[in-house]
Design a protein around this ligand. Structure first.
Ligand code: CTP
Length: 415
């Protein structure tokens, strides 16, 4: 049972704070809501109070007796502070140390772990100002969760959606002492020694596991400036790494050249070529499960030039050599992860080709997808899970939802 002080910022996602309170209460925690003026435009104090069965605090000036230092009391009485949803404005004010209302005053006064669950328009999230504020908060030990990617209330698409309340609670479970594997990289926000919060009973399905993910394309040099590449965006692999981290795993993400932000709680290793990716995978072992999502180039240029090839000498005569097959090598390794999952990008005979790949490469599962449309680089994915037991057809869904479902299946398999 943990005592959560929930700061509800303004924004359309504020209604999800109600769902979060419901889930937290179901898991046995107490929730004390603090509603900002912005938040009060989207949810009422009454609905939060009813769900939390607690008074809802809205203003510095309605704390009964400021002689009691009400804002300090509120922080003292909590094991953890959760800002959900956190707007770009609230994050900026936290970063600057502004304390001009109850929420920001508590946030400045607290010595408890602070978790921030952002929700905003994609451009606001990606704006350098917001990214700088997030980096400042993270450097100070605040756990800023990465927003989910998907369709937004404003009609745009991208990162900015509030993470699912269940995922937020799972991350909170990791941060409280004596529960799951707290992330050293993200710190705990400075809980004071001896001030031990009670255990929180939210489950982290992959706690204690190491999950290895490859993602993105590889680039195979032709000369000093040219490469052979492919259209993989890395989004599906990054979404899987993010979902595994949210489920409590230690995650190593080995990424080819992509322009996707590193998910929170994920250790990322950047590589360029297939050979480098193969080496990075070998170095990252042992792992409990490996999900190889990368679109690895099958061949490299054997006679790549060290300097830039000049046009005048005519088109180059490229010679190709086969690249290592990372999946096949991993399947035969003495360090083979207990669960080995490959992806099969196919344009024809999707299921038959994927099933053949599963046995030929020695994978446990193959996630097969039809890439004849705009899947590569797109936001959605329609996949089939090919296992020894048969084929499951999953509905057309966002890459985040594919990731969530796959990670849930992996947790069932390896825990
Ligand atoms: N893979 C790998 N190393 C390679 C090629 C592929 O680890 N050199 C992995 C991919 O990450 C993926 C799976 O193998 O998990 C299938 O990749 P795919 O490109 O569909 O298969 P290929 O073996 O390249 O077969 P083909 O291109 O003939 O379809």
């Amino acid at each position: 049972m943990a005592r959560i002080l929930l700061i509800v910022g303004g924004g359309i996602a504020a209604y999800k704070a109600a769902e979060l309170i419901r889930l937290a209460r179901k898991a046995g925690h107490s929730v004390t809501p603090v509603l900002t003026a912005g938040g009060a435009h989207f949810v009422t104090p009454m609905s939060l109070a009813a769900l939390a069965e607690s008074p809802v605090y809205t203003s510095l000036w309605d704390l009964k007796d400021e002689a009691e230092m009400g804002h300090i009391q509120l922080s003292r009485a909590a094991d953890l502070l959760l800002v959900c949803p956190a707007t770009a404005d609230l994050i900026a004010r936290m970063g600057a140390g502004i304390a001009d209302d109850l929420a920001t005053t508590i946030l400045l006064a607290t010595d408890k772990p602070v978790v921030v669950a952002p929700a905003m328009n994609v451009r606001m999230w990606l704006h350098p100002a917001t990214q700088a504020n997030v980096a400042t908060l993270r450097a100070r030990g605040v756990t800023v969760l990465d927003p989910d990617e998907g369709d937004m209330a404003c009609g745009e698409y991208g990162p900015g959606r509030l993470p699912e309340p269940a995922d937020i609670l799972a991350r909170i479970a990791q941060l409280l002492p004596g529960t799951g594997s707290g992330s050293a990289a993200e710190g705990g926000g400075g809980a004071v020694p001896g001030d031990k919060p009670a255990a929180i009973a939210v489950t982290s399905p992959l706690a204690g596991t190491h999950i290895l993910v490859t993602a993105g394309p590889t680039h195979e040099p032709i000369d000093a400036v040219r490469v052979i590449a492919n259209r993989s965006s890395g989004r599906q692999g990054f979404a899987i790494a993010a979902a595994a981290a949210r489920a409590g795993a230690r995650v190593t993400l080995i990424a080819g050249p992509v322009a996707v932000p590193t998910p929170g709680g994920v250790a990322r290793i950047d590589v360029e070529t297939a050979q480098q990716m193969a080496e990075a995978v070998a170095d990252a072992l042992p792992a409990d499960a490996a999900i190889l999502v990368a679109a690895v180039a099958d061949w490299r240029v054997a006679n790549a030039a060290r300097s830039k090839l000049k046009k005048d000498v005519g088109p180059p005569n490229l010679e190709f050599a086969p690249n290592p097959d990372i999946l096949r090598t991993l399947a035969q390794s003495p360090d083979r992860p207990r669960l080995l999952v490959g992806f099969a990008a196919e344009t024809d005979d999707v299921i038959a080709n994927a099933a053949a790949k599963r046995t030929a490469k020695g994978a446990d599962w193959i996630v097969a997808n039809d890439v004849s449309g705009d899947v590569m680089g797109g936001a959605r994915n329609r996949v089939h899970l090919v296992t020894a037991a048969g084929v499951e057809d999953w509905p057309d869904q966002s890459k985040d939802d594919v990731a969530r479902r796959l990670v849930a299946r992996i947790a069932e398999e390896i825990q």
